[in-house]
Ligand binder design. Structure first.
Ligand SMILES: C[S@@+](CC[C@H](N)C(=O)[O-])C[C@H]1O[C@@H](n2cnc3c(N)ncnc32)[C@H](O)[C@@H]1O
Ligand code: SF4
Ligand code: SF4
Length: 408
């Protein structure tokens, strides 16, 4: 079955504001049996997995029909990339065997929790829907010409919704705790997950109840936090995957992940790497977007030199950071730039990753509006943050200039 996906039987992904989908690449929010939208505060995990839409998507995929909910996976597969569906199916076989992938029992076992937007960074590719640090700047940039005197008030209502409801007495925590016996894999994102104190209580509860030794945890962290007491908790789990979100190195890292400091993160990378053993696995997650695609080899070579494994996360939105929307002539020159590089790279894993990224970039016609927005948006953020794209990415800017798209 070419459209079978473990996530439509076992997966749930809760957003910061409490909506739920099958996974992070899904297009649609799940509802209950009566068609009411499920939220982590109002519905337990089983209600979402057995709702109207979940049943429809599951049936379609099992019948080989590519449901629109899963468009990102179909797009990535069309570009020859290993989609989330393929990666998650493979991972299920690796952890629990082929029988588990083939098992058609519907149960919430692989759950992604986004525990609110508390975060200490405002990465360029992110926004206030994921990071509290972004709230002020996003308002200043997007509402700068809004004459509505209530604009700030309306915005803060939206911010509150993005931040979700993860106060210590929120029913969300009860729903999570109630599901502990079923959970085989918990992916914890944010905001910055290592800053959310309440989650450590839930994880300690799982240890007390004896579930942790059969559970796999996966964190995406911005690598600015390293707390030895958290590491002690993690040692009780069957397996822990820690993905360090690093999209560039040195000054290019700092530009993309303001106000993180590369020295501190480099030091933390060393500490995380020293934890690697049978139970803890540490890799880098590189989100490829318009800012960093030209510097992918630089970044991956650095990881290779320091012994840090990595995987590629392709950015789909916002459209002005999607590499598909880079102007056609610039895509051609990026591809040309990489041709001799690909020929001399001896590491097949790296070569394949870069080739996949280029294939993805070159699949579609660029959308001119998004390319223009990349310039406008970058300039606005540069001016707000007192940063400079041209100085930080001079080689890429030269290539852009060479195609008569002078960066303002
Ligand atoms: C939203 S973050 C939350 C976890 C943590 N704060 C971190 O940065 O790793 C989860 C992952 O999404 C990535 N990310 C951020 N903005 C993105 C976007 N627009 N598209 C795709 N991935 C994005 C981050 O780099 C990170 O690897
Ligand atoms: S096919 Fe892709 S988008 Fe759909 S549920 Fe599976 S992993 Fe998610
Ligand atoms: S660290 Fe994660 S949540 Fe925070 S701004 Fe960056 S990508 Fe967003």
């Amino acid at each position: 079955m070419t459209t079978h996906c473990i996530n439509v039987f076992k997966g749930l992904r809760y957003t910061n504001s409490g909506e739920v989908a099958f996974c992070c690449k899904s297009e649609l929010w799940l509802d209950d049996k009566d068609g009411n939208q499920c939220k982590i505060y109002t519905h337990d995990f089983n209600e979402a997995l057995n709702g109207k839409l979940a049943t429809e998507i599951r049936n379609d995929l099992e019948n080989g029909i590519k449901h629109a909910n899963c468009k990102k996976c179909w797009d990535e597969e069309a570009a020859g990339l290993p989609s989330k569906r393929i990666l998650d199916n493979d991972r299920a076989v690796e952890y629990w065997g082929q029988a588990y992938l083939d098992d058609k029992t519907v149960e919430p076992a692989i759950v992604e929790l986004n525990l609110g937007t508390l975060c200490n960074l405002k990465c360029r590719i992110c926004g206030p829907w994921s990071s509290s640090r972004w709230v002020e700047e996003h308002f200043a940039i997007t509402q700068r010409n809004n004459p509505n005197p209530n604009a700030k008030k309306d915005y803060m209502i939206q911010v509150k919704d993005w931040q979700g409801n993860y106060e210590d007495d929120s029913p969300a925590w009860d729903h999570i705790e109630k599901s502990l016996p079923h959970l085989k894999q918990i992916d914890i994102y944010g905001g910055e997950p290592f800053l959310v104190e309440k989650q450590w209580e839930i994880l300690k509860r799982s240890i007390e109840l004896g579930y942790s030794k059969n559970q796999i945890l996966h964190f995406n962290t911005n690598a600015t936090q390293f707390n030895p007491s958290h590491i002690e908790i993690l040692k009780h789990f069957k397996k822990v995957l820690i993905s360090l979100s690093i999209d560039g190195i040195g000054k290019r890292f700092e530009y993309q992940r303001h106000p993180a400091k590369w020295d501190l993160v480099e030091n933390n990378i060393r500490k995380f790497l020293s934890l690697q053993d049978d139970n803890i696995n540490v890799v880098a997650c590189v989100t490829v977007n318009t800012l960093n695609v030209y510097y992918l080899e630089e970044t991956l070579t650095h990881f290779r030199q320091i012994g840090l494994g990595y995987y590629i996360n392709i950015l789909h939105g916002p459209p002005h950071y999607n590499i598909k929307n880079i102007s056609k002539d610039i895509k051609r020159d990026i591809t040309k730039y990489y041709t001799p590089i690909l020929a001399r790279i001896t590491d097949p894993y790296m070569r394949e990753r870069i080739q996949h990224v280029l294939d993805f970039m070159n699949t579609n016609e660029s959308d001119g509006r998004s390319w223009n927005e990349f310039f406008v948006n970058t300039k606005l953020k540069d001016s707000y943050r007192k940063e400079n794209f041209k100085e930080t990415f001079p080689e890429f800017c030269k290539l852009i200039d060479g195609c008569s798209h002078e960066f303002p």
